[in-house]
Structures are given as structure tokens and as C-alpha cells.
Design a protein around this ligand. Structure first.
Ligand code: SF4
Length: 249
């Protein structure tokens, strides 16, 4: 069948035929400059996906969420079911920061679900707050396999996302729950027992930060719940203006 007839049949069937475009004469005469090839070295895949501060700065919530969902900056993207961005009131007074998604969170795409999540909800209720009235996020947005501790390089890679969330929420107080969150946010190796009980300052603007135990730990060590209760009261006193707003450390 000759080519013209074949095209007519295809058009009659509503099928668009694709033809190779011939470069025009000017394109043939203007090759790309050699310097451009040398300078535009393709970045390595990891480098290209890295959430550096300069490529999340200024992102709004929707764009940030999209950036997180597509992130492959560390190896955790290989084993995740989905990213766990964070949830709650985007203008909350309290920003709760935990460690990393566990199995339930990885499955549901939401931080602090399952038994530990229920306990956190109960703790919030005890100070008169619903879960929807705070914003909840994690240091890492993807689950470490087998719930192992986050690795320093993973924390570093993921950090810009959290920092942008802190900027967007602009909370009056941050509640760091658990050792991993507290130590990473405060750049400390002290245990939770030594970090709790006072108000720290986070970041350049010294956002007040209170440390408490992780609900998963409280499920294993219920005798520590009284201390967690004291920590939450410190937060409420602070929000009510009864606590000295001057952070330490
Ligand atoms: S943990 Fe963070 S840095 Fe690593 S892939 Fe997930 S979103 Fe990206």
C-alpha cells in the first residue's frame, strides 16, 4: 500500500499518524554551543532529588506536599508505601514533632496513628485539645525499615522539609516527642529525661520547644505518664502566658 493511501485510511479511522520532523536548514546550521554541554553536567539522581533548603524555600503547603511525595533523596524512598507528610491545623499554636513513620503510619499516610497515636490523642484531650487543633509532623517523612532509628544522613536529607513546615505553621510552641526528635531538633545527645522539664529555643528565632516522652515509650513505661502530663501542662501554661516565655539552651 502506498504511503499516501495508508495515511488516508488512518485519518478516516481517527488515528493520527506521526511523522519524523525534518530539521529545517537553520537548525542544521546552528549546533549547540560546546560550552553548554560542558557546563550543564547532568546531576547525579540523588543530587537532583535532594531537598536542599534553596529548593523548598518559599513553597506553599500544596507544593511542599508534592515535593515530599516525589522525594527520592535518601534510600528510604525504596521501601516506603507512601510518604507521611504531616497532618492538622496549618496555623496551629502547637507543632508536635515525632521521629518517623512506623508501619501503621506508612500504611495510612498519617503520623501518629495506631496505639501510640491514640495515646497522643488522649494526651491532647487531657489539655483540652483535639488532634485537629495541632499540627503533627515527623523528622523523617518515610518509614525506616523495621522501625530502626533514622540515620544521620537521612535526617539531614529530610530536614529542609521539616524546616519549611516549621516556617509555614509558625507555631508558638514546639512539642518534641521522643528521643530522636528531641536530640535532632536540639542537636544534643542528652536523653529525654535530661532534656525535658524546661523550655528550649529552636532555630534562629528560638521558637519555644518542650521535650516529652514518645507515646510508644509511654505505652511500654506507663509509670512515666505523670512526667508527660507535667510536660503538657508546661505547654498549656506557656500558651496561657503563665510560663516564662524565655527559652533556655
Ligand atoms: S525520608 Fe525524607 S529525604 Fe528520605 S526519601 Fe523520604 S522524604 Fe525524601
Amino acid at each position: 500500500m502506498d504511503e499516501q493511501l495508508r495515511r488516508q485510511y488512518l485519518e478516516a479511522m481517527g488515528i493520527t499518524s506521526w511523522l519524523f520532523r525534518q530539521p529545517d536548514e537553520t537548525e542544521k546550521l546552528v549546533p549547540p554551543p560546546v560550552e553548554a554541554w560542558c557546563q550543564e553536567k547532568a546531576p547525579a539522581a540523588e543530587e537532583a532529588d535532594s531537598p536542599r533548603l534553596d529548593n523548598v524555600a518559599g513553597l506553599d503547603w500544596a507544593a511542599l506536599r508534592e515535593r515530599v511525595a516525589a522525594c527520592k533523596a535518601c534510600d528510604l524512598h525504596r521501601s516506603r508505601t507512601q510518604t507521611v507528610f504531616g497532618v492538622g491545623d496549618q496555623n496551629a499554636d502547637i507543632l508536635i514533632i515525632g521521629e518517623a513513620p512506623g508501619a501503621d503510619e506508612d500504611r495510612q499516610g498519617e503520623p501518629f496513628v495506631g496505639r501510640a497515636g491514640k495515646l497522643l490523642n488522649a494526651m491532647l484531650k487531657a489539655i483540652g485539645l483535639d488532634r485537629e487543633q495541632v499540627f503533627i509532623a515527623n523528622i523523617l517523612k518515610c518509614r525506616p525499615p523495621g522501625n530502626r532509628d533514622p540515620r544521620p544522613e537521612e535526617v539531614l536529607r529530610c530536614k529542609p522539609f521539616l524546616l519549611r513546615q516549621v516556617e509555614l505553621v509558625a507555631p508558638r510552641v514546639i512539642l518534641a516527642v521522643g528521643r530522636i526528635a528531641a536530640q535532632n531538633l536540639l542537636q544534643s545527645t542528652d536523653p529525654v529525661g535530661r532534656l525535658r522539664g524546661r523550655v528550649h529555643g529552636f532555630g534562629e528565632s528560638a521558637i519555644p520547644l518542650v521535650v516529652t516522652y514518645h507515646p510508644a515509650y509511654l505505652l511500654r513505661s506507663p509509670e512515666q505518664k505523670a512526667k508527660a502530663w507535667q510536660d503538657l501542662q508546661q505547654v498549656t501554661k506557656f500558651l496561657a502566658g503563665k510560663e516564662s516565655p524565655k527559652p533556655t539552651g
